[in-house]
Write a protein that binds this ligand. Structure first.
Ligand SMILES: NC(=O)c1ccc[n+]([C@@H]2O[C@H](COP(=O)([O-])OP(=O)(O)OC[C@H]3O[C@@H](n4cnc5c(N)ncnc54)[C@H](O)[C@@H]3O)[C@@H](O)[C@H]2O)c1
Length: 440
């Protein structure tokens, strides 16, 4: 088996996850040879995974790396949402196949442009739609394709982001504003719209959506709450979003955003609390959640119609945890996800009820391959398939190819346009998309 060499642009949390999985579990298939990040230590962190660390090359940014001749077979693009298009385009032109983080881009037109370029140049571009590689969704897809549920007529899906996760990412953090990242439903739920498109298999023809930012705003601030939790808030003991919880129950979130914590973890410990308190006094993550510059809606529901007459709804909310799905077919219904796994005490990840026999069967997804929670083993699943996907003769055949990922991305962008403009977006002839000048 000839190795595939990897290079990376943007060496934050996501890239580290993929590289560490690839180089720990499939070292015989991969080598990491170069990385670029303006925060040098993040790129350097990948050096130890290389087969020959001494020849691993570090660059200060994407431009510097891409100014070189092609250094590897596959480029991982793990920069933030607004900086995917330019390095992806340049890397494709240099001859790289690409592992591209979602969202593909922050504008629909750029998504179509990148897909067209990949097709024209014959590049393999695999989007990090980790749920397509998660054992739970893999089994659900097999069940749908087997015909056991008959023809799919409707799907109800929900995603509870989780109150703390939402506050961390969509109130205080990177994805709090659509103008500096992308709409919340794209950033968080293009995975979910992608799953809907994948399961239904027909093009989406119309999208409606409602939702708003109702809670994480100044009008909801408790009396006397200061700008920062570190300023001594009178509600510190009762507020679910007290940033000082980064020192205790919510410590795991720190490493994603605080290099000091990550540096200490790399050396086998955690940063001293005093250092983290000092960091919280100036970092966005120390702010009161009711006094941020956020505009991401904290709950949104979208409704989709597909060319075969199927319908689907998706609710994304800050105020619940985990993903759930109900797939209603002419012969049976499948219900699965977080609520079943954690709340009903059924010890099942999904259940199927047959309409003819009214018999219900309960199914468990193997914990070893990720169970259901989090990305449900999707990160591991994606990297386990990376070699085979990136050696596919036909780039279109990749399970999460950019060509397949376009549909779900456009559905999410259309949902945001529908929410903002208060009208149904017609998706037929989607290459031209909706012609509303105000659409994102
Ligand atoms: N697939 C998933 O399930 C999933 C989950 C979370 C995040 N994401 C997406 O993954 C992407 C990365 O997220 P993250 O949490 O790893 O972000 P991050 O902020 O931890 O990492 C991004 C890195 O890019 C670097 N960078 C900035 N400009 C650069 C440049 N010009 N050249 C090279 N590097 C540059 C930054 O210094 C940073 O280290 C985002 O688009 C995010 O939305 C995907």
């Amino acid at each position: 088996m000839s190795k595939r060499t990897l290079a990376a642009i943007g060496c934050g949390g996501r890239t580290y996850t993929y590289v560490s999985l690839a180089m720990t579990h499939w070292r015989d298939r991969f080598d990491i040879v170069a990385a670029a990040d303006p925060i040098r230590e993040r790129a350097e962190r990948l050096r130890s995974f290389a087969h020959t660390p001494a020849s691993f090359r570090v660059f200060e940014n994407d431009n510097a790396l891409l100014a070189e001749e092609r250094l590897a077979d596959i480029m991982i693009i793990g920069t933030q949402d607004t900086h995917h298009v330019q390095p992806c385009l340049a890397a494709m032109q240099k001859g790289y196949d690409i592992l591209l983080e979602k969202p593909i881009a922050t504008r629909p037109a750029d998504i179509l442009m990148l897909a067209d370029t990949a097709r024209r140049l014959g590049r393999r571009v695999m989007v990090c739609h980790v749920l397509r590689y998660a054992p739970f969704y893999d089994q659900v897809k097999q069940c749908v394709d087997s015909g056991q549920l008959g023809e799919i007529r409707s799907i109800h899906a929900s995603e509870g982001v989780g109150p703390w996760h939402f506050a961390h990412s969509y109130v205080r953090g990177h994805w709090r504003r659509s103008d500096t990242s992308c709409p919340m439903i794209v950033a968080k739920s293009c995975h979910d719209t992608d799953i809907l498109a994948w399961l239904i298999g027909d093009p989406c023809i119309s999208v409606a959506s409602v939702g708003s930012l109702s809670h994480f705003r100044a009008a909801c601030a408790p009396v006397g709450a200061p700008a920062r939790c570190t300023d001594g808030c009178p509600h510190a003991d009762t507020c679910p979003y007290n940033a000082l919880q980064y020192l205790t129950a919510q410590r795991k979130w720190l490493a994603y955003v605080c290099d000091r914590e990550q540096d200490h973890l790399d050396r086998g410990g955690a940063a001293p609390d005093a250092e983290i308190r000092e960091w919280l006094q100036q970092a966005p993550w120390g702010r009161c959640v009711y006094r941020c510059d956020n505009d991401a809606p904290d709950h949104q529901t979208a409704q989709f119609q597909f060319a075969g007459g199927q319908t689907a709804t998706l609710t994304v909310t800050a105020f619940d945890d985990g993903r759930n799905i109900e797939i209603c077919g002419t012969r049976g219904v499948l219900r699965g996800g977080h609520a079943l796994r954690h709340r009903a005490g059924l010890d099942a990840d999904y259940m199927i009820t047959d309409h003819a026999t009214v018999n219900t069967t309960y199914h468990r997804v193997d914990e070893q391959s990720g169970g259901y929670d989090g990305h449900g083993g999707g990160d591991y699943g994606l990297v386990s398939q990376l070699y085979d996907e990136m050696t596919q003769p036909d780039p279109m055949a990749i399970r999460a190819s950019i060509h397949r990922a376009v549909e779900g991305h456009l559905m999410a962008f259309a949902a945001e346009a529908a929410r903002l403009h208060g009208r149904t977006i017609e998706m037929s002839g989607r290459m031209g998309m909706w012609s509303d000048p105000g659409s994102p």
